[in-house]
Design a protein around this ligand. Structure first.
Ligand code: SAH
Length: 355
């Protein structure tokens, strides 16, 4: 990957951070997501659905409850963006056996770009009727109940620096030894597109990030919610309100590494700007974001943990307890991870969000 990036930079010039991220994550031959499964203990990072079945169960029931509150439409879509190993959806569908009428009404669609993870999802969801799509654009128009966990943080971002002479895009070039290095592109004639007011007002010297790909998808979600109804639940680590600052990070084998050090080996992510995402879902109403801990508690995770513990061995009960703490405690995932819900205007406020 390093050699191929070097060749590309030699012929085309320095890359934007978005081009670099897209190559590292989804290069057809050598991307982090195309080559192997990056999740779990043997991979680079562990996500909430991999920590406990409670996460997917509660999110599935959240979708079913939204469907009921919106009048139980006879046809709808249950969509997951970036379903990883399929764990969240498998747990969701198992819990939704409590609401068979929703399962009858819903076509289950997984939007997944990685062939390796698609294969994992096929295995985990073998007993269920599900189909795969490349993008949201491939879906029919119908009320859509959509879940996305740690999806938006994997989308390519661009970085810009505000200098006294104007804005410039941060780029990745190389030194004489073809080692990747940071640089700055030419001054832009105006401001970069799509920045929030807080980022546009950044002080000189500040770096800001913009995730156009995520905002385009949020726009499409908003358009569908407005047109056909439904609800979306987007959970990720991120910030609200919007603010300048660098959040791009690389993880290799669960350790933070230099984002330029291991292209194609380390996972690259950026924190999600929830204010920008909510604004991009134009016309949809944003609820929250609330902390992941607060959401899961409002959805009944404590009672679910008690029920699991009642049937568990002492070791399993201890595992449920530690998973509960990991998912909800403010110093673990409870506060840094946030949940944003989107609905059409006038739709009931989704469970777990302040009225
Ligand atoms: N939601 C899962 C996986 C998170 S990792 C979990 O919580 O465990 C990010 C997921 O998004 C992976 O499945 C990855 O392949 C997928 N992904 C990233 N960019 C994508 C894109 N542009 N289109 C579709 N899927 C994408």
């Amino acid at each position: 990957m390093s050699r191929r990036l070097a060749g590309r930079i030699r012929s085309q010039g320095a890359l934007s951070v978005a081009e670099y991220m897209a190559a590292c994550l989804f290069d057809p031959a050598e991307g982090v997501y195309t080559r192997a499964d990056p999740l779990g203990r043997a991979g680079h990072f562990t996500t909430a659905p991999e920590i406990s079945q409670m996460f997917g169960e509660l999110l599935g029931l959240w979708a079913g409850a939204c469907w009921q509150e919106q009048g139980s439409p006879s046809r709808c879509l249950l969509v997951e963006l970036g379903p990883g190993r399929g764990t969240l959806m498998a747990d969701a569908l198992r819990a939704l056996a409590l609401l068979p009428s929703f399962l009858e009404a819903a076509e289950v669609v997984l939007v997944e770009a990685s062939p390796v993870l698609r294969a994992a999802q096929q295995r985990v969801l073998a007993g269920h009727e599900v189909r795969w799509a490349e993008t949201l654009d491939d879906l029919p128009e119908a009320p859509v109940f959509l879940l996305a966990n740690e999806f938006f943080d994997a989308l390519p971002i661009r970085q810009y620096v505000r200098t006294p002479e104007g804005w410039a895009e941060r780029r990745i070039g190389q030194d004489d030894q073809e080692r990747l290095q940071w640089g700055l592109g030419p001054r832009l004639p105006g401001s970069p597109p799509g920045l929030t007011p807080a980022k546009l007002a950044a002080p000189y010297g500040a770096l800001v990030e913009a995730c156009t790909a995520g905002e385009t998808i949020a726009g499409e979600i908003g358009r569908r919610l407005r047109g056909s109804g439904g609800a979306a639940l987007l959970i990720d680590y991120g910030y609200h309100p919007s603010a300048p600052g660098e959040t791009l990070q690389a993880l290799s084998g669960h350790r933070t590494v230099d984002p330029l050090a291991e292209p194609g080996t380390a996972d690259l992510t950026a924190h999600v700007d929830f204010e920008a995402l909510a604004a991009a879902a134009s016309g949809a109403v944003a609820h929250g974001p609330v902390g992941q801990g607060a959401l899961l508690q409002a959805l009944g995770i404590d009672a679910r943990a008690e029920a699991l513990k009642a049937k568990a061995t002492p070791q399993q009960a201890a595992d449920v307890e530690s998973a509960l703490a990991r998912l909800t405690a403010p110093d673990q995932m409870g506060r840094l991870f946030k949940a944003l819900a989107l609905t059409a205007e006038g739709a009931p406020v989704p469970p777990g969000f302040p009225v």
